[in-house]
Design a protein around this ligand. Structure first.
Ligand code: PLP
Length: 388
């Protein structure tokens, strides 16, 4: 039986996979089982921050795996504490809870906000405003937070207490805040799965002001936008505000499962022993990987991310078959005249892996992709976008 048949026989049918088996890689270059090479413009959906098998990261991870792979949160471990300290020092956040995925990082953010509101204002202040077209994960509560009916339909009843505001609509946001007993406002600074759509500074500032005024919690879901992806360590840094809680995952550990929920001053003491937890959270191997990644997300690298981003925007803005380009840093969505699926398939046939976000082509290359690889990939993409 071939891989596709075995996958169909033994793996739960949640994924529509491309007909491609990737077996190895080096940086932004990936290899399939026949030895064909591909330029990676997706990073395993914004996870492989420095591409495949980055040597420094692999060394840090294997060294920790050969020292201690897990011991549980009943004991102190150095990588976990070191990473939390690094995250706090680089962001100004005060405390970190470690989980294993984006959904869990958001679950923790939601629990933290509800706990804060219950303690400060009363249990009836549980409503969380999220945005229409958002994506926050696939657990029952993060599905409820996700502002897209198509994700909800088969899984009701979801966790109650979520209402949805149109993105960038300050008036609607103000009305919802006044209408409900709210704990928090939660948003992705750039809606990723929703089509790579950045929020406006005005909207983000209005959310910050409303949260200050009503003692609500501003949660930024930086699961996809975080860890250098948008050209700053976290995307909020480019919006001129500081959230109360930042959740992140994906690129944090460069390819290992790790989520982090960073708590600012207001919520730093909200959790007490037993109020939250995770068996694998803060796993030493994952944290060692994250330390290696985070220590290299320098200002210089962020400038490089911005320069590569500008190159992509410039190349694509006036390209044949491209209607619009959106996004921030190396998180880019392209609206095309041709069907995006056709473009993704044509790119793959020509050695370039790109993915989709809704009806757009989405680019999330490793931050260390070389200019030569990027130029080659963009040329293939431009050709694929052209109408025949
Ligand atoms: N939040 C955002 C903004 C995401 O993009 C994703 C995943 O795409 C998630 C949460 C869920 O992350 P995970 O799949 O690691 O649970």
């Amino acid at each position: 039986m071939d891989m596709k048949q075995l996958d169909q026989q033994y793996i739960a049918g949640t994924y529509a996979r491309f007909p491609l088996q990737i077996v190895s890689g080096c940086g932004a270059l990936l290899k399939d089982e026949q030895g064909n090479e591909y330029i990676d413009m997706a990073s395993g959906i914004a996870v492989n921050t420095f591409g495949a098998c980055d040597p420094e990261w692999a060394q840090a991870v294997s060294q920790q795996a050969n020292t201690l792979q897990h011991i549980s949160n009943l004991y102190y471990t150095n990588p976990c504490v070191e990473l939390a300290q690094m995250l706090c020092e680089k962001t100004g956040m005060k405390k970190v809870f470690f989980g294993n995925s984006g959904a869990e990082a958001n679950e923790c953010a939601i629990k933290a906000a509800r706990l804060y509101a219950a303690n400060k204002k009363g249990k009836e202040y549980y409503t969380i405003i999220t945005l229409q077209n958002s994506f926050h994960g696939r657990t029952i509560t993060t599905l409820a937070a996700t502002g897209q009916d198509s994700f909800h339909n088969d899984f009701t009843p979801l966790t109650p207490g979520f209402v949805y505001c149109p993105a960038n609509d300050v008036e609607a946001l103000t009305a919802l805040v006044n209408q409900h007993k709210c704990a928090a406002i939660m948003m992705e600074p750039v809606q990723g799965e929703g089509g790579v759509l950045p929020l406006t500074k005005e909207f983000v500032q209005a959310a910050r002001d409303l949260c200050d005024k009503k003692d609500m919690v501003l949660i930024f879901d930086e699961v996809q936008t975080g860890n250098g992806r948008t050209g700053s360590l976290y995307a909020y840094m480019q919006f001129g505000i500081t959230p109360d809680v930042v959740s992140t995952a994906k690129g944090l550990a460069g390819g290992l499962p790790l989520g982090a929920t960073m708590l600012g001053e207001k919520l730093q003491d909200v959790f007490t022993p037993g109020s939250h937890g995770s068996t694998f959270g803060g796993n030493p191997v994952c944290c060692a990987g994250a330390i290696s990644i985070l220590s290299r997300l320098t200002d210089e690298l962020m400038e490089d991310v911005k320069a590569k981003s500008a190159y992509i925007f410039n190349e694509l803005a006036s390209a044949d078959g491209v209607k619009s380009v959106s996004g921030m840093g190396l998180m880019i969505g392209i609206e095309t005249t041709k069907d995006a699926t056709q473009i993704v398939n044509e790119c793959m046939a020509n050695g370039v892996l790109v993915i989709k976000a809704k009806t757009k082509v989405r680019l999330l290359p490793p931050l260390n992709i070389t200019m030569e690889q990027l130029t080659q990939a963009i040329n293939v993409l431009k050709t694929a976008c052209k109408e025949a």
